[in-house]
Design a protein around this ligand. Structure first.
Ligand SMILES: Cc1cc2nc3c(=O)[nH]c(=O)nc-3n(C[C@H](O)[C@H](O)[C@H](O)COP(=O)(O)OP(=O)(O)OC[C@H]3O[C@@H](n4cnc5c(N)ncnc54)[C@H](O)[C@@H]3O)c2cc1C
Length: 444
């Protein structure tokens, strides 16, 4: 097991719990990462929250699935939870000490505190769980192994919203100059709306940028945050991602009529591009941003058509090593080219603490199954773990970006439920029932 972060700790525990000896290699505290502060396992690098607790929220459902799967990390978090208004937040010190002790004291776990610099050899059953800040010698090996120099090192991702929450009475589907299919959802603005939106961007509160991110960001001129484009001039966004040219809503009238065109054409247009195979998640094109998450919600809802948008992920700009998983991994988290090697956590392109634990559970479980000569497990797409692992293995690979748990990843319910709470409750019930059935089958 390489890396004792959230994913590696969970994976090591699952291997040992299956009665298989495991070596857990962690570079901290001998070799420090730019964001971690301690030598403890499963350190929470930033917030102390695993997300919403209730199982009719996406992060909460993932936690509940993990609880039922016997996750060490979630059990430790539950044991050291602090009141956090409906979220699973922990006393960081107690949680970290308990998790580290549980692993160090397990008779089948051998801990090695050193930087691992070579990829495991062919046939050696191993899990790579070195996270978004994988140390450079290993990252270099990974680039050589995957043959992909574009293993991402800086994540400048735009926010993603649920397609259902876009107001299509305002937005419209079209491609620029009607080329190809109407692949984009377009949110048109008039001059007044554009200027108000720019003002809001300019005055919104920024997230704190860490030193190591500032260094990486200087190499990223081609991917400027939207608020920086706004700052560069009144029209800069209109000549960049908000370019209105060639975009026309048929409801505005005949595009070939010059008077109609003059009267109705948009002053600026925000475009959204499909993120998943089924078109349930949409990405705001060119909207990588450093604004605080709460501010993103407030400001981006000023965009016509997005007033009630439900965000499944906010924009981020930070250093983040992640694999081009759709090209490389199976939903069992094995590398297609080398099935004895598995990957888990943020490095596979999932996002967030609970998602990292989930990947660790699956990779650890499958590593133990491989040792025992049993076929690897995949989980149903109707569960949050299954949906995430299938997503990273099967997402359109030309624009793969890390994905947090969200209900947009789950297959539609057989009957449409309009009320959001009831709909999410139905997703939860189906997920937990299917998980139980799969586990019963796997044990048999
Ligand atoms: C700055 C930052 C802030 C974040 N904040 C949040 C947040 O608030 N909430 C949230 O849900 N998600 C957050 N994330 C995203 C993500 O959930 C976390 O990064 C999470 O810790 C990922 O879990 P992991 O197990 O994949 O990686 P990690 O928890 O980072 O674990 C990887 C482990 O591998 C070790 N390692 C690396 N290279 C080597 C090597 N060569 N040899 C041996 N060991 C090695 C590291 O020391 C580390 O312990 C943040 C990410 C970053 C970068």
């Amino acid at each position: 097991m390489i890396g004792a972060g959230l994913a590696g700790s969970e994976a090591a525990w699952q291997v040992a719990s299956a009665g298989v000896p495991v070596r857990l290699v962690e570079m901290r505290p001998v070799h420090r990462s730019p964001a971690h502060h301690s030598g403890e396992f499963g350190e929470l690098v930033c917030s102390n929250s695993f997300g919403a607790l209730s199982a009719d929220r996406a992060a909460g459902l993932l936690q509940e699935e993990l609880r039922r799967l016997g996750s060490l990390v979630i059990a430790t978090a539950d044991a050291h939870a602090v009141p956090a208004g409906g979220a699973l937040a922990v006393d960081r010190g107690r949680y970290g000490a308990a998790l580290t002790a549980a692993l160090e004291q397990h008779p089948l776990v051998t801990v090695e505190r050193r930087e691992h610099t070579v990829l495991p050899a062919e046939g050696e059953i191993a899990v790579l769980a070195t996270g978004p800040l994988t140390s450079e010698p290993l990252a270099e090996q990974l680039r050589a192994f995957t043959g992909r120099a574009d293993c991402h090192f800086f994540d400048a991702a735009s926010p993603i919203v649920e397609g259902d929450s876009i107001d299509m009475a305002v937005a419209f589907r079209a491609s620029r100059y009607d080329k190809g299919d109407a692949d984009y959802i377009n949110c048109p603005m008039d001059r007044e709306q554009y200027l108000a939106f720019r003002d809001a961007l300019l005055t919104a509160e920024q997230a704190e940028v860490k030193d190591f991110d500032r260094d990486s960001a200087t190499f990223f001129e081609g991917c400027l945050p939207i608020e920086e484009l706004a700052r560069r001039g009144e029209d800069t966004m209109r000549y960049g991602p908000l370019k209105p040219i060639g975009l026309w809503d048929g409801r505005w009238g005949d595009v070939n009529d010059r008077d109609v065109r003059r009267a109705r054409r948009a002053y600026a247009v925000v475009q959204l591009r499909q993120e998943d195979r089924d078109g349930r998640l949409w990405n705001l094109v060119g909207f990588q941003t450093n604004l605080r998450w709460g501010e993103q919600k407030r400001v981006l809802r000023l965009i016509p058509g997005l007033a009630d948008a439900e965000f499944v992920r906010f924009g981020v700009m930070h250093r983040n090593t992640f694999l081009e998983a759709p090209q490389l991994l199976d939903p069992s988290l094995q590398f297609r080219r080398r099935p004895s090697l598995l990957a888990a956590g943020q490095i596979t392109g999932t996002e967030g603490y609970a998602a990292a634990v989930a990947g660790g559970w699956l990779a650890g479980t499958n590593a133990a199954r491989l040792v025992r000569g049993r076929p690897p497990l995949t989980l149903p797409r109707t569960t949050m773990i299954g949906a995430l692992t299938h997503f990273i293995a099967e997402a359109p690979s030309d624009r793969f970006q890390p994905m947090p748990p969200n209900f947009g990843l789950l297959p539609e319910l057989p009957d449409r439920i309009r009320d959001k709470r009831r709909r999410y409750g139905a997703y939860r019930d189906r997920a937990l029932a299917d998980l139980t059935a799969t586990l019963a089958g796997a044990a048999a």
